[in-house]
Design a protein around this ligand. Structure first.
Ligand code: NDP
Length: 483
């Protein structure tokens, strides 16, 4: 039986109706954003939207079939690499349930290696061409493999000629596929959340406290199971040394989806848009280069600091349902790459000085974001370490200390401020011609404000009066003296 300690329940996100509305609305936002980015402006004119829908392959069944294969290949490739690449096993934060002794789960960390391996494989996969030719003697090519094939006519030599070509050609095809691929991924993430919901009723599943309301729609949206794994059984004497059992047990579906398929796909989509721009304009613009570099830095950072995810709200508190599955697999790659998609057709030709200022804004955001997240991570991991010696904090009845100096003395959610500044810089590279690419900054403001309110609520429950004392010491949420 699934274990839960639920006694009272308070809904978030507007309860079941809000959850249903969000589930239906967000896919429509993805579709509209891609159509509007292609058009370069917002329109609700159904004729214009429909013709763009058709021109982007929205009615082409064959394209959907190709997308199913692309998505299937991508997902199986990312899963396979996770299992094949070496990594470290680290334990997550303590999980406490009144019906169980407190415990932590293991997590497999190899995201950074996977990031580079994927990009390298993609580069090689898109630039190497294997041509199988039958001839009596090997061709005089600089790159070829040749061997005799006994089953073939004995005197015939089969030559596999390997040639290099620009990876841009193959990669740019993702631009053509983007629209049907987004719809295919949306459908997949919905089916995947149904699977997660059903799986949450399996034996030994640990439920998220906020995702077990008993209302099907709400629980499907928020996610019932806290850390779904392919195997839930506890380790026993019999399974202790079973490699396959342990690998499946440490493979956390939520952590995997948070970091790998969607985030790396975002970089791949950016690169595909860059390739498409090169193909259509004959060169790559400064905006496109800056955007791709900045967004790749963001993704690289998340994977380089993979361990930090173990202390985030997504991993420690939220269940794994539609909200995160759709968010990780469909929302992140297809809406976060929208600026790159926009730039393919509507580059604003920004001056070098504007690009330099935007690059500076991104770096400022990154410094705040990384500085704050690292400070908290180091402090949470070992508050008595040498690195934390100078930092001020308040003690709490809960036992965990709250930082009140350094980045965390400036504002309570200064890490969100840094993140938002980076997001704003990604929009600014698209110039002032349309509001469409500014979607990210607008959406991210809503997400971060809502998330900070949620976290404030969770912390006031976790820390009681101490949270009030902390808020008196660090009174501002995002920007000192303003907000
Ligand atoms: P935080 O990293 O801010 O984590 C919140 C938790 O940190 C609190 O619940 C509390 O947990 C602990 N905490 C809060 N204040 C202090 C303090 N003063 N000292 C020590 N610990 C403290 O939030 P998130 O997990 O939401 O975000 C992590 C990062 O991910 C952020 O930089 C955010 O911008 C980014 N993000 C990006 C998204 C995107 O789509 N690009 C989406 C969501 C987040 P406890 O006390 O129990 O340890």
């Amino acid at each position: 039986m699934a274990k839960s300690t639920q006694t009272t329940f308070s809904y978030e996100f507007g309860g079941p109706i809000g959850a249903l509305a969000t589930m239906l609305l967000l896919p429509v936002v993805i579709v509209l954003l891609i159509l509007w980015s292609d058009l370069g402006h917002i329109t609700f004119d159904t004729k214009s939207l429909h013709s763009t829908f058709v021109s982007l392959g929205g009615e082409d069944i064959e394209m959907y079939w190709t997308c199913v294969k692309v998505l299937g290949g991508w997902l199986s490739g990312t899963v396979l690499l996770t299992f094949l690449l070496p990594g470290q096993i680290r334990s997550g934060v303590k999980i406490t349930r009144s019906s169980l002794p407190s415990f932590s789960l293991n997590y497999l960390l190899n995201g950074h290696l996977q990031f580079w391996t994927t990009l390298l494989s993609l580069f090689l996969g898109c630039s190497l061409n294997f041509k199988r030719t039958v001839c009596s003697a090997p061709a005089n090519s600089s790159f070829f493999l040749s061997w005799s094939e006994p089953a073939a006519v004995i005197s015939t030599s089969l030559t596999y000629e390997i040639t290099f070509s620009s990876p841009f050609q193959t990669l740019s095809q993702l631009h053509t596929l983007l629209f049907p691929l987004s719809i295919t991924t949306i459908v997949f993430s919905f089916l995947f959340s149904i699977f997660l919901y059903v799986k949450s009723f399996s034996k030994n599943a640990i439920l998220a406290e906020g995702g077990n309301s008993g209302n099907l729609i709400y629980d499907l949206f928020i996610g019932r199971e806290l850390n779904p794994r392919l195997v839930n059984d506890p380790v026993s004497e019999k399974t202790k040394h079973n490699y396959i059992f342990n690998s499946l047990r440490d493979f956390d579906l939520k952590q995997f989806c948070e970091l790998k398929p969607g985030l790396i796909a975002w970089v791949v989509l950016d690169l595909a848009m860059l390739a498409k721009q090169h193909q259509t304009l004959g060169h790559i613009t400064g905006s496109m280069i800056l955007l791709t570099l900045n967004q790749s830095l963001y993704v690289w950072d998340a994977l380089y600091n993979e361990i930090s995810i173990l202390t985030t709200m997504d991993i420690t508190t939220d269940g794994f349902g539609y909200m995160l599955a759709f968010g990780d697999l469909a929302w992140v790659p297809f809406t976060y790459s929208i600026q790159a998609y926009y730039l393919v057709k509507h580059d604003p030709n920004l001056s070098p000085i504007s690009l330099l200022l935007i690059a500076g804004l991104n770096m400022l955001g990154y410094k705040i974001f990384r500085g704050a997240n690292t400070q908290k991570d180091v402090f949470r991991r070992d508050p008595d370490s040498e690195a934390c010696k100078e930092w001020e904090y308040i003690d709490t009845k809960r036992g965990t200390k709250l930082l009140t100096s350094g980045w965390w003395g400036i504002a309570r959610k200064v890490n969100y401020t840094g993140d938002w500044l980076m997001g704003l810089s990604w929009c600014l590279v698209c110039g002032g011609g349309s509001i469409v690419p500014y979607f990210y900054a607008i959406y991210f403001t809503i997400l971060l404000v809502h998330r900070s309110i949620r976290d404030d609520h969770f912390c006031s429950v976790k820390y009681g009066d101490d949270w009030g004392r902390y808020k008196e010491k660090v009174p501002y949420r995002f920007v000192p003296l303003i907000f």
